[in-house]
Ligand binder design. Structure first.
Ligand code: DQA
Length: 147
């Protein structure tokens, strides 16, 4: 049975394709979901992909992942830069987690350069667009083999 990974996307990522295409590209959220499922299959993982614009919903999904999933990939979007609640939820469940950002947050506005989420993650992948999710799944696949 492939190991199950929860892939969470935060606010406004549902608008991919329309939203600031010069930063995030023209591919849509449905395209991203397809790419994540294809990448997961390549790494012999099964991805459940969810998106919410609400912080508490993301926290609920992280809590519910305990015992259900082997790892988490998360693009917390704007909550990256504000959410102690998401950091605490990831720490509480203590599942291996990888943080992904489509854009290179470290080169953008000052307020995007700090992530509250990174301390709870094995790795943070930035600036690789959709390929960042593939890299995150690869990291989790490698980590789960050695566990
Ligand atoms: C983002 C970067 C965040 O700063 C921003 O708020 C997002 C998307 C990214 O994927 O590059 O919504 O997480």
């Amino acid at each position: 049975m492939p190991k199950k990974i929860l892939v969470l996307n935060g606010p406004n990522l549902n608008l991919l394709g329309r939203r600031e295409p010069e930063i995030y590209g023209r591919a849509t959220y449905a395209d991203l979901e397809r790419e994540i499922h294809a990448a997961a299959a390549r790494w012999r993982l099964a991805a459940t992909v969810k998106q919410s614009n609400h912080e508490g919903v993301l926290v609920d999904w992280i809590q519910a992942a305990d015992g259900e999933f082997a790892g988490i990939v998360i693009n917390p979007a704007a909550y990256t830069h504000t959410s102690v609640a998401i950091l605490d939820a990831l720490k509480a469940v203590a599942l291996p987690a990888v943080e992904v950002h489509l854009s290179a947050i470290e080169t953008r506005e000052k307020f995007r350069q700090h992530s509250y989420i990174s301390p709870a993650c094995l790795a943070t992948i930035t600036g690789h667009g959709f390929a960042g999710y593939d890299e995150a799944l690869a990291l989790l696949a490698a980590k789960l083999v050695t566990n």
